[in-house]
Design a protein around this ligand. Structure first.
Ligand SMILES: Nc1nc2c(ncn2[C@@H]2O[C@H](COP(=O)(O)OP(=O)(O)O)[C@@H](O)[C@H]2O)c(=O)[nH]1
Ligand SMILES: Nc1ncnc2c1ncn2[C@@H]1O[C@H](COP(=O)(O)OP(=O)(O)O)[C@@H](O)[C@H]1O
Length: 205
């Protein structure tokens, strides 16, 4: 029997909400069936970030070449830098029957909604805007000016949360992880039920 295609999981949320932290925590847990898709970006690496682990860091010319050659499933410009998802990796992993986890901003998620409507969309929301700002300042990776721009962008991003299948508040990291895992598990069960019903319909049962 043909292997069932994996599920594409999209996690979005404003900068500083804790997407990276939650994602790393999720990937620490054993028995997860999903793979993280490493994005390509023109942003400069932060201290401690490793090429090929956190991102594939490229120049604007290289990124624009990837766009032209159709190598990205989606891409967006976010506060002055390009970010995109490598298409081949996503396709081959899904074809192998494994789920793929994307951590991307809202414009990219909107493109996925057009191209892969069967994907699962989860929005990670902050407890409040002031807590979001506090987390960004505390992380200390961006200048004051960039933090301001990211907070302004966050206000627009929060407007988009209604387009997602699920909204998870990141109040406590462990609780947010549990909710995300429960959502993914429930989605698999739902799909199995739908498929079973479809197959029995085909058989005329
Ligand atoms: N559209 C899109 N957004 C991405 C991708 N990779 C990362 N992002 C998003 O780009 C935004 C900025 O990322 P980054 O500079 O690493 O900041 P951070 O998420 O605050 O640590 C975040 O919302 C990321 O989720 C991608 O491949 N595509
Ligand atoms: N639930 C949480 N409560 C308090 N601080 C958090 C929580 N989740 C993440 N953080 C902190 O907030 C900052 C931003 O988290 P990060 O994962 O880098 O966000 P993002 O990837 O969404 O930009 C980090 O300093 C992180 O340690």
């Amino acid at each position: 029997m043909e292997k069932e295609r994996g599920l594409l999981i999209v996690l979005s949320g404003p900068s500083g909400v804790g997407k990276g932290t939650v994602r790393k925590e999720l990937f620490k847990q054993p028995n997860t069936n999903y793979e993280y898709s490493i994005s390509v970006t023109t942003r400069k690496p932060r201290e401690g970030e490793v090429d090929g682990v956190d991102y594939f860091f490229v120049s604007r010319e290289e990124f624009e070449k990837m766009i032209k050659e159709g190598k990205l499933l989606e891409y967006a410009e976010f506060v002055g830098n390009y970010y995109g998802t490598p298409l081949d990796y996503v396709n081959s992993t899904l074809d192998a029957g494994r789920d793929v986890f994307l951590e991307i901003e809202v414009q990219g998620a909107a493109q996925i909604r057009e191209k892969v409507p069967e994907a699962l969309f989860i929005f990670l929301a902050p407890p409040s805007l002031s807590e979001l700002e506090r987390r960004l300042i505390e992380r200390g990776t961006e200048s004051e000016d960039v933090i301001k721009q990211r907070i302004e962008t966050a206000k627009e991003e929060l407007e988009m949360m209604k387009l997602y299948d699920y909204v998870v508040e990141n109040d406590e990291i462990q609780k947010a992880c549990e909710k995300i895992n429960a959502i993914i598990m429930a989605e698999h069960c739902r799909r199995e039920r739908v498929e079973k019903r479809y197959l029995s319909m085909l058989k005329g049962e």
